[in-house]
Design a protein around this ligand. Structure first.
Ligand code: BYC
Length: 316
């Protein structure tokens, strides 16, 4: 639908008023092109993170130490596929199809979270991912349940419930290892040492370098800045690490009475940018495996399309 300049001004005023009043923007509502593009960028990146995020943990399904642990891990990895589906569906409501987004991911034109470019070297990494990575994801994503765009906000409610369960299983797994043999305790500590700093990077660049934060916060897509959420996460983790009997690998971590927060050491932003440029330890492996999985699934998509055509149904 094309609109004249005065019409667009009226529509923009209605949109601004809805955002100011904390009302939800829904798919059929008028929205600025840049708002739509920002949402597609963030939701796509988030969806891609969910499905790429299946890989590091799936690496341990065949080697889980018990049937119970295997069943839990399989369920968690399946949940992540589900989160990807909710999010690709939310992006579809903005007029962007799943095929298009997957093509962009496979061509390296859209991002997924930096965290999934690190390897899972031991079984304890499954615990560290649950505790730290899902913990960081929840801290970042709970405010997204109040995002101004309705379909994204509603998808986040369900995702956050499941992520909370994932975080608890990671904590419980690490606690078991931490209280186990000396070797198990050391394995848990080593995993936390490797995952701590990359988890802090999940929140994105510092506020003064975050290109999108100010506008996304004005549109109430993001409700807090990257640094605010990172600080919240550190404050949550320190007492949890103590209960786990594990330490966090930061000599500068200490309570600051005046600020009412934990101070923490400098993050290696060069490492973050290298990972974003594709030079992390597992970037090639992750995207290569994703492309292969997509190619191997072509027959399923073709069969579903043929079935739908025969029965007169639209395909996704
Ligand atoms: N990794 O202006 P900024 C999960 C990019 S995992 C890669 O601050 P924004 C899960 C950013 O895209 C988490 N790229 O951006 C857990 C931008 O580049 P472009 C997935 C990053 O969007 C367990 C540039 O840096 N969650 O759920 O305002 C198992 C400048 O950044 C990262 C989400 O995606 C990063 N860490 O803020 C399985 C949550 N950080 O796009 C799955 C939703 C920044 O201009 N997303 N960049 O090329 C968000 O909340 C925001 O997009 C971010 C970044 C906080 C991540």
């Amino acid at each position: 639908m094309t609109t004249t300049a005065p019409e667009t001004e009226v529509l923009a005023a209605v949109f601004d008023a809805a955002v100011a009043a904390d009302e939800r923007i829904e798919p059929r509502d008028w929205m600025p092109d840049a708002y739509r593009a920002t949402l597609v960028r963030q939701i796509a990146q988030h969806a891609h993170s969910e499905i790429i995020g299946m890989q590091p943990e799936a690496n341990w399904i065949t080697r889980a130490p018990s049937l119970r642990r295997k069943a839990i891990l399989m369920a968690k990895v399946q949940d992540e596929a589900g989160h990807g589906l909710y999010l690709y569906s939310a992006a579809e409501t903005l007029g962007t199809g799943r095929d298009e987004l997957l093509d962009k991911l496979h061509a390296g034109r859209q991002r997924y979270s930096s965290i999934f470019n690190y390897p899972t070297l031991t079984w304890a990494d499954v615990g560290a991912i649950g505790w730290l990575v899902d913990g960081a994801a929840i801290t970042n994503q709970v405010p997204l349940c109040r995002c101004s765009y309705g379909p994204y906000a509603r998808a986040m409610v369900r995702i956050c419930k499941e992520e909370s369960f994932h975080q608890r299983q990671g904590y419980e797994l690490l606690l078991t290892l931490s209280r186990g043999t000396e070797a198990q305790h050391a394995m848990a500590q080593d995993a936390v040492d490797r995952w701590w700093w990359p988890s802090l990077m999940m929140f994105g660049p510092p506020d003064d370098e975050s290109a999108h934060s100010a506008q996304s916060m004005a549109w109430k897509i993001k409700r807090h800045s990257n640094d605010e959420l990172r600080q919240r996460f550190v404050d949550i983790c320190v007492p949890q690490a103590e209960s786990l009997g594990l330490t966090l690998p930061d000599p500068d971590l200490r309570w600051n009475e005046a600020r009412g927060h934990y101070d923490f050491g400098a993050i290696d932003w060069d490492e973050f940018h290298e990972v974003l440029r594709g030079n992390g330890p597992c970037n090639d492996q992750r995207i290569g495996q994703r492309r292969t999985a997509h190619e191997n699934g072509a027959w399923v998509r073709e069969a579903a399309a043929a079935h739908a055509a025969k029965h007169g149904k639209a395909t996704a």
